[in-house]
Ligand binder design. Structure first.
Ligand code: NAD
Ligand code: LMR
Length: 329
């Protein structure tokens, strides 16, 4: 191994997403075959034994890239010197719930974990998966004095991947041909932007001429996919969520090809598309491949898109209001 060790903390390591995510990180798929990876697993005391079982299995895979596994119930220990923090640990929703019904249960987790990030490497990138992920990321960011806000993000790649899968089926193309961004909240108000998206370089609307489908079934399927999976499996998405988390990290680590973007919820700079500064909002983003993101500027916003973006902004502002006692100014 030629490169320095990358230290990655994963919270909720004994959960369903953890079980799909950890093996892929340890395998070298994310950081490369020349980069050793140290996994720091954070769990609640009651789930430490289960995390130990997962760690035994990771060892048993014999990944040459695995530098070691630490398991802890202390966020301060788990975050010591880390370069990446993948915040998964939190309650999932059940049938009939919206993700933001979890806000008062899960929000406080991100107060304590945000504070404990003062133990991390200054360049740490924090990715929040636990729901409601945009607002949980906002809470973690507000409670962390030491790390710039731009190093916090929340995951909307699962929504993008869902949108791509639906469009690929409809157009009879490969998912790799599709470029589409998700705006706003990881919730049923998210907006998969079929107006600026492309299929093999052509506007989606020029390839799929059925606008009623795009505004109707397509949008609804993407917005409600999490609930549909819960209804079918009895549990929320796990392997696809882990895969999206891997995509999220890779998107930040590799230069985005020209003319493409990826979806990532990031603190609004206040100068983009009328989204209030500081709100953790999913934008079409690009990366130079340095672990950082930039919001794609200058995309056209029609009256239809404006309405969709405003709707999801309104929901995020309302969520922020509900957790205002958890935010440090
Ligand atoms: P799970 O219940 O299987 O696992 C959650 C794990 O987190 C459990 O092992 C639990 O002990 C642990 N945990 C709870 N509180 C913790 C804390 N304070 N510190 C450390 N660990 C803690 O749930 P899951 O299916 O793995 O889902 C985890 C979260 O991810 C849920 O909130 C779910 O809604 C969310 N999720 C988000 C997306 C997305 O696209 N953003 C997709 C799927 C799931
Ligand atoms: C998803 O989108 O599958 C996750 O956010 C889980 C959920 O509650 O929908």
């Amino acid at each position: 191994m030629k490169k320095p060790v990358v230290k990655v903390a994963v919270t909720g390591a004994a959960g369903q997403i953890g079980y799909s995510l950890l093996f892929r990180i340890a395998s070298g798929e994310v950081f490369g075959q020349d980069t050793p990876v140290q996994l720091n697993l954070l769990e609640l005391p009651a789930a430490i034994k289960s995390a130990e079982g997962t760690a035994m299995e990771i060892d048993d895979c014999g990944f040459p890239t695995l530098a070691g596994i630490n398991i802890s119930e202390s966020a301060e220990n788990a975050f010591d010197g880390i370069h990446w923090a993948l915040f998964v640990g939190s309650k999932p929703r059940g049938p009939g719930m919206e993700r933001n019904d979890l806000i008062r249960d899960n929000g406080p987790i991100f107060v304590a974990q945000g504070k404990a990030l003062n133990r991390a490497d200054r360049g740490v990138q924090i990715v929040v998966v636990g729901n409601p992920c945009n607002t949980n990321a906002l809470i973690a960011q507000h409670n962390c004095r030491d790390i710039p806000a731009t190093q916090f993000s929340a995951m909307t790649m699962l929504d993008e991947n869902r949108a791509k899968a639906q469009l690929a089926k409809k157009a009879g193309v490969n998912v790799g041909d599709i470029n589409i961004g998700i705006w706003g909240n990881h919730s049923s108000t998210m907006y998969p932007d079929f107006e600026t998206g492309t299929i093999a370089g052509k506007k989606i609307l020029d390839v799929i001429k059925d606008r009623a489908w795009l505004e109707g079934d397509f949008m609804k399927t993407v917005q409600q996919r999490g609930a549909a999976i819960i209804a079918a499996r009895g549990k929320s998405s796990a392997a696809s969520a882990a895969s999206a988390c891997i995509d999220h990290v890779k998107n930040l680590m590799h230069k985005t090809p020209d003319g493409k973007w990826f979806s990532c919820a990031v603190p609004s700079d206040g100068n983009s598309y009328g989204v209030p500064a500081g709100l953790l909002f999913s934008f079409p983003c690009r990366s130079q491949g340095n672990g950082k993101w930039e919001i794609v500027k200058g995309l056209p916003v029609s009256d239809y898109s404006r309405k969709k973006i405003d709707e999801t902004t309104k929901e995020l502002l309302a969520e922020r209001e509900v957790v205002k006692d958890l935010l440090i100014k």
